[in-house]
Design a protein around this ligand. Structure first.
Ligand code: ATP
Ligand code: MG
Length: 212
């Protein structure tokens, strides 16, 4: 837990992995027990440790925090593109609300997205597999492209498992800032746009692949 990020509150939450609403390679995701519109992400520290140990060599001595997406994502949220007062920047990106202690380790609190039935919003990979490419989804993808190019948020390639389709009809980048490195390229408008266009092309290719 970094001292430079805000604390959500000073409680220690009791979380149970059986109740997780989502799980990626490195984090569990829980609905926040006190705030149903928020979720809390906690690093799967034992799993990260196993992964590092399995790689062997110096990886066995690497601290798990170096592979903790919460730490990396909290840093990424400090970037200049997210300091604007324009609310549009939050149309496709959850607010990060701060750190909270839990029995499973430090958690990072974000907006939580649901579908129209109040269930966890499906990620784009699942949507593509179950519904295919509907006209509504095509509009949502176009809007996301425009957002990526306009806001110029520095991120990693946005892949379908790291995007959810929320009840407001917008695709949300729920895990695209994690393995963030602010390269020198972001200082140059031309290079920035080139990278952002590559994000859009990557997303289109990933969508096409998921549909085959
Ligand atoms: N803000 C959110 N609202 C709704 N569902 C979410 C949210 N964040 C994550 N999820 C769900 O939880 C899953 C895992 O979350 P996330 O991608 O953040 O975990 P991760 O371990 O960092 O992922 P990775 O495997 O990409 O490293 C997502 O695919 C999504 O289905
Ligand atoms: Mg993910």
């Amino acid at each position: 837990m970094s001292m430079t990020e805000p604390l959500f509150d000073s409680k220690t939450l009791d979380l149970h992995v059986d109740n997780a609403i989502g799980m990626g390679n490195r984090r569990w995701v829980f609905q926040h027990p006190d705030n149903p519109k928020l979720c809390i992400k906690v690093a799967r520290q034992a799993h990260i440790r196993d992964q590092l140990n399995a790689k062997g060599g110096l990886y066995r001595h690497m601290p798990t925090t170096w592979r903790d997406d919460n730490v990396l994502e909290a840093r990424a949220y400090r970037q200049k593109a997210l300091t604007t007062t324009d609310p549009y920047v939050w149309q496709h990106l959850p607010h990060m609300h701060g750190w909270q202690a839990t029995n499973l380790g430090p958690g990072l609190v974000f907006d939580y997205y649901t579908d129209a039935q109040g269930q966890p919003a499906a990620n784009l990979e699942t949507v593509l597999q179950t519904q295919g490419a509907t006209p509504a989804l095509e509009v949502a993808v176009e809007n996301l492209h425009a957002y990526i190019l306009k806001t110029e948020i520095w991120m990693r390639h946005p892949g379908p498992p790291n995007i959810v389709w929320a009840a407001d009809g917008h695709l949300k980048l729920i895990d695209c800032l994690g393995t963030y490195t602010m390269g020198w390229q972001h200082r140059f408008a031309g290079l920035r746009q080139k990278r952002l266009k590559r994000h859009c092309a990557y997303l289109d290719t990933a969508i096409a692949r998921a549909l085959t």
